[in-house]
Design a protein around this ligand. Structure first.
Ligand code: ZN
Length: 333
C-alpha cells in the first residue's frame, strides 16, 4: 500500500474549491512518457499553476502503472528542484472502468480516480460510483464520476454518439454517489477528430464546430451550486500543429477540436477541470516530424525528443495562461 501523501501529491478537493470560487479551471494533462511529465512540470512551475497529471488505462498498459506512479513522485521532486516549494500535483486515474482498477490505483499512490460508469444504466452507474467513493474516501482520495456520454475515441473509451447530461439527474446522482466532481457531456468529444466537416460551418476559411451546450451547463450549475464540474475531450486541435504534421509527411484529415474561446468561457463557470490529451500528442508529433524531416541524419532520440518536449511545454503554458486561467493560483508559491 502506497499512500499518495507520502509521495508529496495532493487530492483535488482544495484546488477545485478555489477554482470554482475564482472562476478558472485546473488543467488535467494526460501523460505516458517521461518527456510529457517533464513538460507538464516545467509549465506548471513556470506559471505557478496547480496541475492534474492523469493516466488512462491505455497509459498503464503502455508504460506500466508502477513506472507512472514513480514518474509522478519524481514530478513533485522535480518541481521543487525547479524552485517551486509547494507544488500542487494530482495523480489521477482517467476513465477507470471498474472498482478493481480504481482500488488498485488508490492502493498504489493515486490521489484521485475517475470511475466512468457512464455507459451503464443509471442505477448501475450510481451503484458503481458509490462503491468507489466509499473505498476512496477512507484514504482521502477524491473521485470523479460521469453522467452523460461523450462521443469520440480515446484509448479504450469510445462511443459513436454523444448523449448530453440530463440536468434533472445531477442532484440525485451526486448525492447518492457522494462523488467529489462530476464529468458532464455538453458537446465536447474525445480524440483529434471531434467533428466531421459536415457538422461545422465555414467562417473565414476555418471550420467552426457547433457550440457547446452552455444552456445545459448553466442548468447544472443552478442545480448544484459550487459543485466541481469536469469537461473531458477538450483539446482544441490547433491547425498550426496539424499543418506541420501534414507538411512533414503526416496525414491528418479533418482534425477539428473545441475552440479555445468556448473553453475560456467554460473555465469561468463551475467547470474546474479541463482534460487535454490530443493537443499534447499533436504538439509532440509535429515537433518530431519537423525535426526528422529537417535533420534526416539524426538518430539519437534526444535530438528529436528535446524539441518535442519544448513544443509540449509551450502548449501547456498557453493553455494554463490563455485558456484556463490557473496561472499564479498555487495556495503557496
Ligand atoms: Zn475522457
Amino acid at each position: 500500500m502506497v499512500n499518495y501523501k507520502d509521495l508529496g501529491l495532493v487530492n483535488t478537493r482544495e484546488m477545485f474549491k478555489r477554482a470554482v470560487a475564482g472562476g478558472y479551471a485546473i488543467p488535467a494533462f494526460n501523460f505516458n512518457t517521461m518527456e510529457q511529465m517533464q513538460a507538464i512540470v516545467m509549465a506548471a512551475v513556470e506559471t505557478k499553476s496547480p496541475v492534474i497529471m492523469q493516466v488512462s488505462k491505455g497509459a498503464r498498459n503502455y508504460a506500466n502503472g508502477t513506472i507512472l506512479r514513480n514518474l509522478a513522485k519524481g514530478a513533485v521532486e522535480y518541481a521543487k528542484e525547479l524552485g517551486c516549494e509547494h507544488p500542487e500535483i494530482v495523480l489521477h486515474l482517467d476513465h477507470g472502468d471498474s472498482f478493481e482498477l480504481c482500488k488498485e490505483c488508490i492502493d498504489n499512490g493515486f490521489s484521485s480516480v475517475m470511475i466512468d460508469g457512464s455507459s451503464l444504466p443509471y442505477e448501475e452507474n450510481i451503484a458503481l460510483a458509490k462503491k468507489v467513493v466509499e473505498y476512496a474516501h477512507q484514504f482521502d482520495v477524491t473521485v470523479e464520476a460521469e453522467l452523460g456520454v461523450l462521443a469520440g475515441v480515446e484509448d479504450e473509451v469510445s462511443s459513436a454518439e454523444s448523449h448530453y447530461t440530463k440536468p434533472e439527474e445531477v442532484i440525485d446522482f451526486s448525492t447518492r454517489t457522494g462523488c467529489d466532481s462530476l464529468a458532464i457531456s455538453i458537446g465536447t468529444s474525445h480524440g483529434a477528430h471531434k467533428f466531421t466537416p459536415e457538422q461545422c460551418t465555414l467562417v473565414n476559411g476555418v471550420l467552426v464546430p457547433p457550440p457547446l451546450a452552455f444552456d445545459i451547463l448553466h442548468e447544472i450549475e443552478k442545480k448544484l451550486p459550487g459543485f466541481p464540474i469536469v469537461l473531458h475531450g477538450s483539446s482544441s486541435v490547433p491547425m498550426e500543429e496539424v499543418n506541420t504534421i501534414n507538411k512533414y509527411g503526416g496525414h491528418l484529415e479533418a482534425a477539428i477540436g473545441i475552440p479555445e474561446e468556448q473553453l475560456r468561457e467554460a473555465s469561468k463557470s463551475a467547470v474546474c477541470k479541463i482534460n487535454i490529451d490530443s493537443d499534447s500528442r499533436l504538439a509532440m508529433t509535429a515537433a518530431i516530424r519537423k525535426h526528422l524531416a529537417e535533420h534526416p541524419g539524426d538518430f539519437d532520440p534526444r535530438q528529436y525528443l528535446k524539441p518535442a518536449r519544448e513544443n509540449m511545454k509551450k502548449m501547456y503554458i498557453h493553455k494554463i495562461v490563455n485558456v484556463l486561467g490557473s496561472d499564479g493560483k498555487l495556495a503557496q508559491c
